[in-house]
Design a protein around this ligand. Structure first.
Ligand SMILES: CC(C)(COP(=O)(O)OP(=O)(O)OC[C@H]1O[C@@H](n2cnc3c(N)ncnc32)[C@H](O)[C@@H]1OP(=O)(O)O)[C@@H](O)C(=O)NCCC(=O)NCCS
Length: 404
């Protein structure tokens, strides 16, 4: 059975399309929240699937810019994907993905990215895991730092309105050197980052701190202090670090020194930290972080040539990749990556892969050598993977500090 899919025409349709996924998470959104959400996810970026007159699923795409190694790329941030339980496994998701990727392509967004609730769903549509990230759960007794540090600057608690003025600049500065971070609009900061969104009952309000050195804001953190007292009067509380962003070096160290020294807690938790996070070097006993790694965001090259041209390359050279893309056949064929561009070519291929594997390599989250070893890329010319890796090296692991 095929389902009709089109962008939502009004707020009523919008709400029912979002309910496609919302119902699995107990989401009850009112008209006011829906209206606010349209500032981030416009009506025409929310597709609805219809069975007759009834909406039976939905898929959205935030329009944003994602940082790449040395650049930025217009990206469809795929979100709120869901099929009503009455219609599961009848092709609703497939119809939604078809309409959405066609739309993204027509809009000229070279990349689509998402966080996969389950790893088994999106590979068939050309998405590959593009980064890894992990959570930490550090007990208070293991927060000693490896080195005394320089101890410069200071940390100040601020209210949300001041955070709105100072945090975005720090985010933008870090974003410039970190692939995988999205450019946040003011609405995004207000509506998603700083605002209390409920659903965290008992976890304590969001606290905001800014780190300043020589009069300049160079780092910030957002956290909650969930308090819980034991019968013996000690704390079983938790500092939930929602976001800690700072310039490299001293600012990063000082923000973490502040967070990990907060009293009246038993543990410090954080999620979505990249595997190359400086904490592993800052702490005296990094294994106590109990770092648990998982896949981070996934990427799909919607326009292979434009996406490959929207990043910088660390080394000169040329490599030809033969790309298979059954779902978006306009990408199929051989692509020569050289001089900072990806262009169609008739030259013989050095590497052969599915578009999903290229998505994994795109930001440097996985190396070509890794993908060859894992059977995701075929090396047709010896040494091609090493050459491609020298070109694609980004210097740091892609990091998207938020699930969108
Ligand atoms: C996951 C979900 C979106 C799938 O929707 P659906 O309409 O049942 O999927 P479709 O019938 O279009 O299936 C499309 C393909 O995906 C496969 N598939 C669907 N759900 C899958 C799952 N959970 N695991 C593995 N494969 C899955 C189908 O077998 C089918 O494969 P094929 O086309 O190669 O034969 C739906 O079950 C759902 O809404 N789940 C709860 C919310 C959720 O997880 N949303 C995703 C947020 S990232």
């Amino acid at each position: 059975m095929s389902f009709r899919v089109r962008p939502c025409a009004d707020l009523g349709e919008y709400g029912r399309a979002i309910h496609g996924v919302g119902q699995y998470f107990g989401m009850e959104i009112d008209a006011e929240s829906e209206e606010r959400f349209t500032r981030l996810l416009p009506l025409d970026r929310m597709h609805a699937a219809f069975d007759g007159a009834d909406i039976v699923g939905g898929a959205g795409a935030f329009p944003f810019q994602l940082s790449t190694p040395g650049g930025t790329v217009p990206t469809a941030g795929v979100t709120v994907v869901g099929t009503y339980p009455t219609h599961r496994r009848r092709g609703v998701l497939r119809a939604l993905m078809r309409a959405q990727l066609d739309d993204v392509h027509e809009r000229g967004e070279p990349l689509a990215a998402l966080w996969a609730s389950s790893e088994t769903i999106y590979g068939r549509f050309g998405y590959g895991p593009a980064s890894m990230c992990g959570s930490i759960d550090l007990a208070t007794e293991h927060t000693a730092f490896a080195m005394p540090g320089r101890r410069e600057g200071s940390v100040r608690l601020v209210e949300a309105d001041e955070a709105l003025r100072s945090f975005p600049r720090i985010w933008s500065a870090v974003r410039r050197s970190t692939p995988g971070m999205l450019a946040r609009s003011r609405d995004w900061w207000e509506g998603r980052v700083l605002r209390e969104r409920g659903g965290e009952v008992g976890a304590g309000p969001k606290r905001f701190v800014v780190y300043e050195r020589a009069g300049r804001a160079e780092g910030y953190a957002i956290y909650r202090h969930r308090q819980e007292l034991r019968d013996d009067g000690t704390s079983a509380g938790e500092i939930k670090i929602l976001e800690a962003i700072a310039l490299d070096g001293v600012p990063t160290e000082e923000v973490w020194r502040y967070l990990l020294s907060i009293d009246w807690t038993s543990r410090f938790t954080a999620r979505l930290l990249p595997p190359d996070h400086p904490l592993f070097l800052l702490l005296a006993t990094p294994r106590r972080l109990q770092y648990r790694m998982s896949d981070g965001f996934w990427a799909r090259l919607v326009d292979v040539g434009a996406a490959l041209s929207a990043r910088r390359y660390a080394a000169d050279g040329a490599v030809v990749v033969e790309v298979a893309d059954a779902f978006c056949p306009w990408n199929e064929g051989r692509w020569r990556i050289a001089d900072g561009r990806g262009k169609r070519t008739r030259a013989a291929a050095h590497l052969r892969c599915d578009v999903a594997a290229l998505g994994s390599a795109y930001m440097g989250g996985f190396t070509f050598a890794q993908l060859v070893r894992g059977g995701r890329i075929e090396e047709l010319r010896r040494g091609a993977a090493v050459r491609a890796d020298a070109m694609f090296a980004g210097g740091r692991h892609p990091w998207c500090p938020e699930i969108f």
